[in-house]
Design a protein around this ligand. Structure first.
Ligand code: ADE
Length: 253
């Protein structure tokens, strides 16, 4: 998987991509990330990337020319124009903005199926609408709140997608058990000591009885999801045994 990230602040990405799972996935050649400074594609001595909004109002708007030029150059696309009927690009070109569709685990899975993704980080009060309408093929928000720009959102997407790529996590398929991957929240985890300041690890986990451990974990996942995110139960894949367990919770209430 190759990520092309278009930003006015490439330095913001230095720490997060140089540690832990993403750093290892990069070293292993599972992902590669290119940071492109939009300013490098702006013209003039001052390389201006923003301007006042037509119609007035506060704040600045990111100009279309540098963004179009950056993306077209890097992806090798023919320049888009109103009078040219060009085929859609094969690489998704994603604008990060609070107005996009909401990112979640199934969007991460969908993105992980592509060999290459282009992520455009918006800044200031906005991005010229022609970028959204005539360059981007998708628009994603990471949640219902406003960030100062799309950079942190792009990091979130790179992280969530990278974890899904084969071999990115040390142990193959470890991401299958993550919260949300199963459609349920994760069960509680414990490690040594078995007794920490009088708080004991549940006996079942010390029993060595694999079937009982698996059943306990499944029930804890169901319990936690029922308590904290009941909305997720509507779409999760549930067995007859799961439904029977959930029925006991509702009966106890
Ligand atoms: N840019 C500003 N806020 C954002 C959000 N919530 N998601 C994605 N990009 C953003």
């Amino acid at each position: 998987m190759h990520f092309d990230i278009f930003t006015l602040f490439p330095e913001m990405f230095v720490g997060p991509f140089d540690d832990s799972i993403i750093a290892r996935a990069r070293q292993a050649g599972i992902v590669s990330i290119s940071l492109h400074n939009i300013r490098d594609y702006a013209e003039g001595k001052h390389r201006i990337t923003d301007d006042y909004p037509y119609g007035g109002g506060g704040g600045m708007v990111m100009k279309p020319e540098p963004i179009f030029r950056a993306v077209e150059t890097v992806l090798g696309l023919e320049p888009r124009r109103a009078d040219a009927d060009l085929p859609p690009p094969s690489t998704p070109i994603i604008l990060l903005s609070p107005q996009g569709r909401t990112f979640n685990q199934s969007v991460a899975l969908e993105l992980a199926a592509h060999p290459r993704l282009a992520l455009i980080c918006g800044r200031y009060e906005g991005v010229d609408e022609r970028v959204r309408a005539h360059l981007c093929t998708d628009e994603i928000s990471i949640g219902d709140y406003v960030l100062s720009g799309g950079e942190i959102a792009a990091m979130v997407i790179v992280d969530a997608v990278t974890r899904l790529l084969p071999g990115a996590l040390g142990q193959e398929h470890a991401a299958d058990q993550d919260s949300h991957a199963t459609g349920l929240l994760e069960y509680p985890q414990y490690t040594r000591p078995a007794d920490f300041r009088g708080w004991r690890v549940p006996e079942v986990l010390l029993s060595g009885h694999h079937e009982r451990v698996a059943r306990w974990r499944r029930q804890q996942s169901l319990l936690r999801t029922w308590q904290r995110r009941p909305d997720m139960l509507e779409t999760a894949w549930l067995t007859k045994e799961d439904l029977e367990f959930l029925a006991t919770l509702t009966a106890d209430r």
